[in-house]
Write a protein that binds this ligand. Sequence first.
Ligand code: GCB
Length: 615
Amino acid sequence: MLRPQDSATRERRSLDGLWRFRADAAARGRAERWFAHPLVDAIDMPVPASFNDVVPGRELHDHVGEVWYQRAVRVPRGWAGERVVLRFDAATHRATVWVGETEVMSHEGGYTPFEADVTAYVTPGEEVRITAVVDNTLTWETVPPGIVVDTPHGRRQKYMHDFFNYAGLHRTVWLYSTPATHVADVTVVTGVDGDPTATAVTGTVTYEVEVARGATGDGNVGSEGDGRGDDAGASDPTVDVELRDADGAVVAEGRGAVGTLSVPDVRLWQPGEGYRYDFVVSVSADGVLVDRYTEKVGVRTVEVRGTDFLINGRPFYFRGFGMHEDHVTRGKGHDDTAMVHDFELLRWTGANSFRTSHYPYAEEVMDYADAHGVVVIDETAAVGMNGAVAAVLGTRVDKVFSPETVSERTREVHAQAVRELVARDKNRPSVVLWSIANEPESHTEESEEYFRPLFALTRELDPHRPVGFVNVMYSPADVCRLAGYSDVVMINRYYGWYADSGDLAAAESALADELAQWSEHGKPILMTEYGADTIAGLHDLTGAMWSEEYQAELLEMYHRVFDRTPAMAGEHVWNFADFATSRGIVRVDGNKKGVFTRDRRPKAAAHLLRRRWRG
Ligand code: GCB
């Protein structure tokens, strides 16, 4: 799905700011048609933000169920005759949206965008009321899964992952215009002719442009050349494409909706150098420009060869973190200041990459990674499909994969999440690897049955990037049934923390043994999580867990083992920063495995990583 943009033929209006908001604990809003009137008993709620921590008290923090957001917007007068689209960059975890009194869309899944053509329901120059009901409930049929328990004291939400279930409108809401006949999608696949490590190489950009034809308000379905009447003239629209370098010079051109551009002496997108070209698509009818859309394109290759992860033909070693979208007060709400600061801290430590643990991140984050050459492992929201992990967090689940728990219906939701993630991020040079799940049970027949089609789907949707999943310590190499489906080995290990707690000597030998076993797979090994909970400011010289010294010692121990394991292709510390979790006896004020505190102050480990990664 294309991001909204301003161009010669398009305009956007952000609907960020204060919306009216009302929690609906008794689930009355739909029956009472709250969308049909200005919301009563409402408070102000900022968008983008999680609603949970904005107001003090348990009520909103622990709310389970629907919440209502509403605001009015004036549609620009200049949009008369244009197609008008309403887009939510995300609504966590599901939403239904009305424009005026008309229901225009519903969406399942908390971290990918959705939109509707609302042309028929708005009048340029006039105000319209937009209402969204957002539901934060997690069930066995959501991704991630959860369990709602009805208790004498109210509904309680349980889940099998540790990060707090922040919800609401976490990302920008847009109203934007396009011409009725418009660019509906662009797909680019980049490559190089010959050896990408040679001094002068020719790049290739294979593209496919989808044009939707239609008269304003008809939903704009139909593909290029379907011959139906529209506002773009009687003849078929023509598609022209240009590739411009960062200075604006045209370096390649093409005609038609599909083709391959060749770029002699290409400047590659590289880790650490996010060089991108502008791929400018122009749709014309009878010689008149109808729509223009520009997609940023970074030319690079990705390949797994033996135990090497190659970017542009050179072995790439991942240094960085598993992260979270998590901040004080705004929770998972996107914020540019926080984002740029986090990227600066990544740079400060010498990180070259991160994983979007455990859900797709805001598109602004992905744009930034593309623009700055930061390498990304892009993960779906499938976290917590594991009874053993749930038990550690205090929730008992007997069988995680079964018709009553994570089932075929869940898999359909999961498949849709994969489709939407690939559709959103397929053109991004920063994304070099898809992670379809974090720490699912992976040693049982049921888990294999569940995941086999999802691996196949991901490969079918994107045959050009490696695919993997993140393995948990309860499914080691000798029993894991999913490793064979993955192009890389991604493992989270907590020797010295959850296992061999406090005993770094025992932890070191257990880790070395395990890495030796995984090495037999002959694939690149990425340690996607390792770390220790650490209270900033707690110091100790006797090996006490939770101290800054222990966290640093533990990381150093892992690094010693990594450095003597030839198949290692990367190290992502858990976590970049401390983050909020649900209440429980294994967490004190959240997860403290950050090498930065939640307000981004460095612990001793941050300095240690900086020394290791920056040399
Ligand atoms: C894990 C999970 C991660 C947790 C972490 C921990 O294995 O993947 O989401 O936060 O352990 O600290 O327990």
